[in-house]
Design a protein around this ligand. Structure first.
Ligand code: ASP
Length: 436
């Protein structure tokens, strides 16, 4: 529907849809008196239908997309046995940095309260949802009674657990389960393609969601959106410029400024392409220039581009607080822990391509009962945040890689410090990568 054919990219169409939708809603709210046509025909039928059709299409993707991607991700994670402790360490650091990222985001959301004032109950049917599950219930509910039921009802945590188990077993049985392995890989490919088709309808869906929301809220809706953007950017800045340098110094005593000087071009590339996957070759090249052995980076960077998304998790953490506040929901400790767990899993289930973080956000919302309609509000401005968060995603992969390589004695610190040229073998790697 909307694509590059007319010279305007899809993300720009989405932005246009958002701005036009906001403007239409604000005009309706301020200048058009209430009438049957405005309230019933336009707002409650046309905009409602357009917006919710799009949301339903997104929801349709979530279970198969996340399930296939978790199975495929887990089966590749298990390949790590072949490189022993490096694999275990890498995954551990990836998971810890992601959990830290969500926690920071939730903290920022609690402090700045971006969603307060956006009374979402006004624009949707969602009522207050109370979340008083106990910790024991939360843990018990992670294991599916019947995986097919969980899949059918979109109960994401049990779906993830089941998917992880299948993935690990597939990796263990290898040739014996080739057919099923191919099935999930192809399923994953199909879901990625379906996602890009659904995304083509995003500009219209976003237009309708924005118009309906702002017709109800008027200018009161703008401030929370601005606050949401600031919270995400703040979280990303903390992760990139405080957490990562801190980890680098603590674990390696290397200078973070030297790192950023060498790495900034990779972040710019990730920023402008919004995809961790496409950034893999450049990331590998820069790490080789920093003295990291290819034996480590050629494993950890592609893995990180698939399972380590700290920037995406920050967006998801802030979005959870934003939406919960907008709906007047009180998230207790066990709900917050569920969010942290689901966001870490969502990070594994998010492919390193543009906008997928928004799809997996539905699963984080579902895990604590937040209505996914709230995603409509943040959808329009997501592309710009996607650019920033992808830059943080790739920086996270590189920092973890340096730590792992350093601890494994697979890093030439003199090359990092610029006292020595990288070795010939790694130069060959860089040349090969540049050809790709
Ligand atoms: N664009 C992100 C990446 O490729 C994923 C996302 O957050 O949508 O790393």
């Amino acid at each position: 529907m909307f694509g590059r054919q007319k010279g305007i990219s899809l993300s720009n169409w989405i932005l246009i849809g958002m701005i036009l939708g906001m403007a239409t809603g604000l005009i309706l709210n301020f200048f058009v008196p209430d009438s049957f046509f405005k309230n019933i025909i336009l707002v409650d039928n046309v905009f409602y239908l357009g917006g919710n059709l799009f949301i339903k299409l997104m929801k349709m993707l979530v279970v198969p997309l996340v399930f296939c991607s978790i199975v495929v991700g887990a089966s590749s994670i298990s390949d790590i046995r072949k490189i022993g402790t490096i694999g275990g360490r890498t995954i551990l650091i990836y998971l810890i940095t992601t959990a830290l990222a969500v926690t920071i985001a939730l903290g920022i959301g609690m402090l700045i309260k971006p969603g307060v004032g956006l009374n979402m109950a006004v624009t949707s049917q969602a009522g207050n949802v109370t979340l008083n599950q106990t910790m024991t219930d939360t843990i018990l509910n992670m294991v599916p009674d019947n995986p097919l039921n969980s899949l059918a009802s979109g109960d994401m945590i049990p779906v993830i657990i089941f998917g992880l188990l299948i993935g690990v077993i597939l990796a263990k049985l290898r040739e014996e389960t080739d057919v099923i392995n191919t099935f999930f890989n192809q399923g994953n490919r199909i879901m990625m393609e379906m996602t890009s088709i659904v995304m083509k309808f995003a500009p219209i869906g976003i237009f309708c969601l924005m118009a309906r929301t702002f017709a109800g809220l008027g200018f009161d809706g703008l401030l929370p959106l601005g606050k949401y953007i600031s919270c995400v950017l703040l979280g990303l800045a903390i992760q990139a410029f405080i957490v990562y340098p801190f980890l680098l110094v603590i674990f390696t005593r290397l200078n973070p400024i030297t790192f950023f000087k060498k790495f900034i071009s990779v972040m710019f590339f990730a920023f402008s392409s919004s995809t961790s996957n496409a950034t893999i070759p450049l990331n590998l090249e820069k790490l080789a220039e920093m003295g990291v052995s290819k034996d480590v980076s050629s494993f950890t960077i592609p893995l990180g581009a698939t399972i380590n998304m700290d920037g995406t998790s920050i967006m998801q953490g802030v979005a959870v607080m934003f939406a919960a506040q907008a709906y007047g929901m009180d998230l207790g400790t066990s709900a917050l822990l569920t969010v942290i767990f689901t966001a870490v899993m969502a990070s594994i289930g998010t492919a390193g391509v543009p906008s997928v973080g928004l799809i997996t956000l539905t699963m984080v919302f579902n895990s604590v009962g937040i209505p996914v309609q709230a995603i409509g509000i943040i959808f329009g401005i997501d592309h710009i945040l996607d650019m920033f968060r992808t830059a943080v995603n790739v920086a996270g992969d590189a920092i973890c890689t340096i730590i792992v390589a350093f601890k494994n004695n697979s890093m030439d610190v003199d090359v990092f410090k610029g006292k020595k040229e990288m070795n010939e073998e790694d130069k060959v790697l860089v040349d090969e990568i540049s050809i790709i």
